[in-house]
Design a protein around this ligand. Structure first.
Ligand SMILES: *Cc1c(COP(=O)(O)O)cnc(C)c1O
Length: 662
């Protein structure tokens, strides 16, 4: 451990009226009953990121109100318990379909309000980008809940196009076709027009212009085309490079002008109806969004002037989610709400069109994250913990080594006035104990005791520091050094890959015991044998914090944590590191009677399934083990009952979940 040596200036004369903590209080932190659920709300910032869907009830448990303010709340802990009784073990992904419906409704309501407010003479037609969550049940829900708003789908690849074509049944809904395209993609999309779909092929690469013309001519039909523009307005943050002159997708202005010329030359300029841009995901600042809309509106108007039959302006995705609840332009947050977003789009587009006497377009947005995130909650349990020792060893009958007596005295004397001085004494005695041990003058048992008393002293000091308004500089990393590790039944690589890949933050908190003070500080370590498989960055009021406040884990008692806002991108990006597979997933929907129904259950991968992804056959593996056990039986190395038991557990293992079963 590295703690800076004390400087006299940093010594803080603390004459607070805090009594010195009694030994038992520090040795074994008791969860005080004076803790309130309001303190938990504040600590985990649940109002900031969770409203109106998540809250804490009087029993100190997280509640889910899938319909927001419109009533109906589910006690998440009870739900998990009842799912466990249905043999749905943790980790468990729970999707609340009503939340998805509410998100779609909200987005449409915001645009509709903005359209009324600015007397905008056009409509809003949203689409959901399938890449954000391709799971069939989610897409089915999206299409169903989106129907009243003619909500469509956006495909970014050939497989996603196949999903969208078959799933989208809503009359009048748009089917936006983005991503790299070959002849087959374009042909399929164009022919879909004949089924009554409204596909719009967005040209993203210069080559696609020629290809689209070729397919249209071969099919002899008039497609609806769009063009994706690279804007100069830059996104900021993680996906900032999705726009700008060097963006991966889109045509720059010279290329757009060339595309217009080409289309005009083959008498297809009337096919060009949509302008699209996408400046990246999770745009935290409204200023960035406004800049982009302003630039795109001008391009739109100019395209109309050039003779394109412009009808749609597609503002892409980027509508952010406030993961830390801070309502700031921090990358895990956003400094605007959905209504601000809709207002700015409507107002900017209207102004640009009015100035040039151009009819306003139908507005299209491709919000993925903002629609899909809130619906999913991932629940996982704590397997165990490890931390520095925090109690003092019992006094022996016989007199102890001097260094141990010194350490005990130091420990006993620590109080709010002298803790800085005594901290250094304790460290010195501990070093002395190590030296004595190295020269053979102290037994291993005594050295262990010395370390134990040292760590207990650190804990006692930490308890004092936590009561101070300001942490003395030299103790700033004490909290971190004393933090525990909580082992969790989860693979971050499978269930929260963005935390590992791009340092994404998701709110994490216990789903019960929230009426008790969380006295531990911990990082979370997952099941994989990978040192990256951990959570050590958590949402905080300002920036991030390295530890999460948790309750003391009592072995044998369930302690459930929830990770929230995980409905976008995580599932498909998850990987099979260490062969931990998909988690169990359930869809929960409120019933009109006030209860809830479990709509769909998607069982997580079995070991057989994950093994088959890497070309193993469960039967072959079992057969190989059977032969080995026959050989061992012949040689008398194993009893027949033992061999049988081994084969049975192996076979049962193949059929079971890849996670631990507690
Ligand atoms: C990823 C993507 C989206 C979705 O972005 P969100 O920020 O999740 O809303 C929309 N459009 C395109 C073209 C995308 O690539």
């Amino acid at each position: 451990m590295v703690l800076a040596s004390p400087s006299p200036e940093s010594l803080r004369n603390n004459s607070s009226d805090q009594p010195a903590l009694r030994r038992d209080e520090t040795a074994n932190p008791v969860e005080t009953s004076s803790w309130t659920i309001e303190q938990s709300e504040e600590l985990y910032r649940i109002r900031g990121w969770g409203e109106p869907y998540f809250g804490i009830n009087a029993a100190g448990r997280v509640t889910v109100s899938p319909k927001g303010d419109r009533g109906g709340a589910i006690d998440l802990y009870e739900l998990v318990e009842s799912l466990k009784r249905r043999n749905l073990g943790l980790p468990l992904l729970i999707r609340f379909s009503d939340i998805l419906a509410d998100r779609i409704e909200r987005l449409n309501a915001c645009f509709s309000k903005a359209i009324t407010r600015y007397s905008y003479a056009g409509h809003y037609r949203g689409v959901f980008p399938v890449k954000c969550n391709q799971q069939r049940h989610v897409v089915e829900d999206l299409v169903r809940f989106g129907e009243p708003y003619s909500f469509g789908l956006e495909a970014g690849s050939k497989p996603e196009l196949l999903i969208a074509l078959a799933m989208l049944k809503t009359p009048g809904a748009l089917l936006i076709c983005n991503g790299y395209k070959d002849y087959g993609y374009i042909e399929t999309a164009m022919l879909a027009q004949k089924l009554g779909h409204q596909p719009i092929l967005v040209l993203e690469q210069p080559e696609e212009v020629d290809l689209a013309i070729e397919v249209a001519q071969n099919l002899g039909l008039k497609p609806c085309l769009g063009v994706r523009s690279k804007l100069c307005a830059k996104g900021v943050g993680r996906w900032g490079t999705s726009s700008g002159d060097r963006a991966k997708f889109g045509l720059n202005l010279p290329e757009i002008v060339e595309a217009v010329d080409k289309l005009r030359a083959v008498d297809m300029l009337d096919c060009l109806q949509l302008l699209h841009f996408h400046i990246g995901s999770q745009i935290s600042s409204i200023v960035t969004i406004k800049d982009a809309i302003r630039e795109a509106s001008q391009i739109y108007v100019e395209l109309a002037k050039l003779g394109a039959n412009m009808n749609y302006l597609d503002v892409g995705g980027g509508l952010a989610v406030d993961y830390d609840g801070s309502k700031t332009s921090f990358y895990a947050s956003k400094n605007y709400n959905m209504q601000n977003y809709a207002n700015d789009i409507v107002a900017e587009v209207k102004e640009a069109c009015e100035e040039k006497g151009c009819a306003v377009p139908t507005l299209v947005s491709e919000s993925g994250r903002a629609i899909a995130s809130h619906q999913s909650v991932l629940i996982f349990d704590v397997l165990g913990t490890s931390s520095q020792p925090n109690s003092v060893p019992a006094l022996p009958e016989t007199k102890e080594h001097l260094v141990l007596r010194n350490l005990r005295e130091t420990y006993d004397s620590i109080n709010a006035e002298n803790f800085q001085e005594l901290f250094h004494d304790a460290a010195q005695f501990k070093d002395e104990a190590v030296s004595l041990f190295n020269f053979g003058y102290l037994s291993m048992t005594d050295r262990a005791k010395a370390e134990q008393i040292y760590w207990a002293s650190c804990r006692k000091i930490l308890a004092i520091i936590r009561t101070l308004d300001e942490t003395p500089q030299e103790f700033e990393n004490l909290e971190q050094i004393l933090a525990s590790i909580y082992y969790i039944n989860l693979s971050i690589f499978q269930s929260a890959p963005d935390c590992w890949a791009i340092d994404q933050l998701f709110p994490i908190l216990p789903i019960h015991h929230l009426d008790q003070e969380p006295t531990e500080r911990a990082t979370l370590a997952d099941l994989t044998c990978d040192s990256d498989g951990k959570f050590d960055r958590f949402i905080d009021r300002l920036n991030v914090k390295p530890n999460l406040e948790l309750h003391t884990h009592i072995p044998g008692q369930p302690y459930y944590l929830g990770m929230f806002l995980v409905g976008a991108y995580q599932e498909i990006m998850g990987n099979l590191h260490n062969m931990f597979g998909d988690t169990n997933t359930v869809h929960v929907q409120l019933t009109p009677q006030g209860g809830y129904a479990i709509e769909h259950v998607v069982k997580g991968d079995t070991m057989n399934e994950v093994l088959s992804y890497v070309q193993y056959n469960g039967d072959d593996l079992l057969e190989s083990l059977r032969q080995a056990s026959e050989a061992a039986l012949r040689d008398g190395r194993i009893e027949i009952e033992e061999a049988q038991r081994l084969l049975e557990t192996y076979e049962a293992g193949l059929r079971s979940y890849t996670y631990l079963n507690l």
